[in-house]
Design a protein around this ligand. Structure first.
Ligand code: ADP
Length: 601
């Protein structure tokens, strides 16, 4: 058995495993199919990275989130580990190069987005890959019962058929018992094996407050707490309003949502990470890959759509193990709003058809073409063309994705990349003879080495300065070289994308699988009811309700949520003022008792 502690120390510099990590790593090394259920921040990636490195074989990692994939491959590379990813939007040539490296044993980790598994090139190369482990991140995406079903995930079972002896490690932070069973079934586990991490967060007090004035409550929270916080809102404009409000009251804050430029988003995130601003008022676009341990407060200005999202977002507070709060500011009207939003998230077939048509028109995709092509997604344009709201357009696209016709990818900033496709003789020839294209090729080779072997990240501005041309001229020349197949050039992008998984169909004949739709609606309704019950029920410890939903049973009430505290207070007033019931204090940072005071006055 390889020394996994040695791997942990030498590669990552960590002294010990976190709870359940070692058990998972050992199970994988023993060849057992395993489902690891660990909370966000529990250290899921190491569970497959350590055994894969110890095995010295290729680990195929399926992940739906391009930003996370990019982040992980970059981190691994910095540690000297050989990692690459294949995502939608990549050039065929680039995909082939990466698969070649993987096939030749030049990679330790190959990250793939699920829709890439469906492509013929991937299917053809798959049997030849020297696989030692298949890791399935965000494994709940394989279950129709889960909250983020993605049909291409079902293809992972086929990957397994080609490598029957390779174990699979499925990882997720949110799966009810039913979803967990479904994951193991759909991934073709040889025998069920579930390792569940501790989801209980003793340092985190879950607090639901009800009342009229949400902003008043928020201000009281901001004044009573210290340290960093995140305020979650559903709407972009709400984030701007709330950040403004806090600033007016002398509390440092900034807004964060997907509509900001990547530079603006980065700047806000960095300032907050460094503690220069206390609060980020954000949509759910804020959070992924954020690794800040000392978040003291998370506030939901309104209930999120389901407990999976709630747990994930609330759980960003108190990662350092020091007392923290997660507030949910509810209002009587929230139940109706949640139900309305639920109804709106299932658009009509006619709306779905209109959106599909508008998208195809916008990109001029001919009938029967476009399979596995990736296109930029511009919700506003489609909304304008269809006269539907951007939210409805989004739901229509989601319906198409759930039906297996398209794959959506979040906005990720990908830098421009260039690799050389032509032979060195041809490149030399162009450099000598072509007065227009020659200098660009020369600059590329001079500024970025190894372009024949591997594509490099380039900066068009730098090249333009070097050649004394405008940036647009450089981009034009690069595009020209790309058209002539001398180089492949992928310009930078920061838009969400749509990949067609089925060639463009006739919108008027488009149908959606009715049975699957009904099933999904029913599951979504159950999640909605659970969220409503959690928000408006006031008879059971919050932590207990939440953990119970995820199948974890606690030995007793948490003692510090709003329900538990109100009981303690009641108990106290009934018993005797002089013998106060012990109230949890919190290392001097917070006194939980003040929180009873945030409601409207
Ligand atoms: P998850 O995917 O479960 O949300 P990650 O795998 O991203 O969590 O890990 C969260 C953070 O914890 C990362 O910065 C990671 O390097 C760190 N981490 C994971 N395991 C350990 C460990 N055993 N010791 C110290 N840090 C760890």
């Amino acid at each position: 058995m390889p020394d996994i502690h040695e791997t942990l120390r030498t590669v990552w510099g960590y002294d010990a495993f976190r709870p359940r990590q070692e058990e998972i790593v050992r199970a994988v090394l023993a060849g057992r199919d395993t489902l690891a259920l660990l909370p966000t921040g529990g250290g899921k990636s190491l569970c497959f990275q350590v055994p894969a490195l110890a095995m010295r074989k290729l680990c195929l990692v399926v992940s739906p989130l391009i930003a996370l994939m990019k982040d992980q491959t970059e981190r691994l590379r910095k540690l000297g580990v050989r990692a690459a990813s294949i995502t939608s939007g990549m050039d065929q040539h680039e995909v082939e190069n990466t698969l070649n490296s993987a096939g030749l044993g030049k990679l330790d980790f190959l990250y793939v987005s699920p829709e890439r598994l469906l492509t013929s090139i991937f299917q053809a190369r798959l049997p030849g890959l020297p696989l030692g482990l298949i890791a399935v991140d965000e494994a709940h995406c394989i279950s129709q019962w889960g909250y983020d079903f993605r049909p291409p995930y079902l293809k992972i079972a086929e990957v397994r058929e080609k490598h029957p002896d390779v174990p699979v490690l499925a990882l997720t932070a949110s799966a009810t018992a039913m979803v967990a069973d479904d994951i193991m079934l759909r991934l073709g586990f040889k025998a069920p094996h579930l390792v569940r991490g501790p989801f209980q967060r003793p340092e985190l007090a879950l607090w639901i407050s009800r009342g009229e004035d949400r902003t008043g409550r928020l201000l009281r929270i901001a004044r009573h707490t210290q340290g960093s916080g995140i305020i979650y809102l559903r709407q972009r404009k709400g984030t701007v309003r709330i950040a403004g409000l806090l600033k007016q009251h002398g509390i440092s804050a900034a807004a964060y949502h997907a509509g900001l430029s990547p530079e603006e988003r980065d700047a806000v995130q960095q300032q907050w990470m460094r503690g220069e601003i206390r609060f980020v008022a954000a949509t759910n676009a804020f959070g992924m890959g954020i690794d800040k341990a000392d978040v003291r407060t998370v506030v939901h200005m309104e209930p999120p759509p389901d407990l999976e999202s709630y747990y994930q977002e609330a759980g960003r507070a108190g990662r350092d193990g020091t007392a923290a709060f997660a507030f949910l500011l509810a209002h009587e009207s929230d139940e109706v709003a949640l139900r309305d939003r639920f109804a709106a998230s299932f658009p009509t077939l006619a709306e779905v058809r209109r959106v599909y048509q508008a998208f195809a028109d916008q990109h001029r995709i001919a009938l029967g073409s476009g399979e596995f092509e990736t296109y930029d997604l511009d919700l506003r344009t489609i909304a304008d063309r269809t006269a539907l709201s951007p939210a409805t357009v989004n739901h229509c696209l989601k319906a198409l994705e759930l039906d297996g016709g398209i794959a959506l990818s979040e906005a990720v900033r990908t830098p421009s990349r260039v690799g050389i496709r032509a032979t060195s003789a041809d490149v030399y020839d162009i450099r000598v003879r072509d007065k227009r294209l020659g200098p660009v090729l020369e600059a590329l080779q001079r500024m970025y080495g190894g372009l024949f072997e591997e594509p490099a990240i380039i900066d068009e501005e730098r090249i333009s300065r070097h050649l004394n041309l405008s940036v647009n001229q450089v981009i034009g020349l690069l595009r020209d070289l790309h058209r002539r197949e001398v180089v492949f050039y992928r310009p930078r992008n920061d838009k969400p994308t749509v990949t067609l998984l089925v060639a463009r169909r006739d919108a008027s004949k488009l149908t959606l699988d009715k049975e699957a739709l009904e099933l999904r609606k029913e599951r979504a309704r159950q999640r909605l009811e659970a969220m409503i019950h959690f928000t408006f029920g006031a008879d059971q410890c919050r932590e207990r309700t939440l953990l119970g939903y995820f199948g974890e049973y606690t030995s007793g009430p948490c003692g510090h949520c709003d329900v538990c505290t109100s009981r303690t207070d009641h108990h106290k007033s009934v018993v005797a003022e002089s013998s106060p019931a012990p109230l949890p204090t919190s290392n001097g940072i917070l006194e939980h008792r003040w929180a009873t005071d945030i409601n409207d006055r």
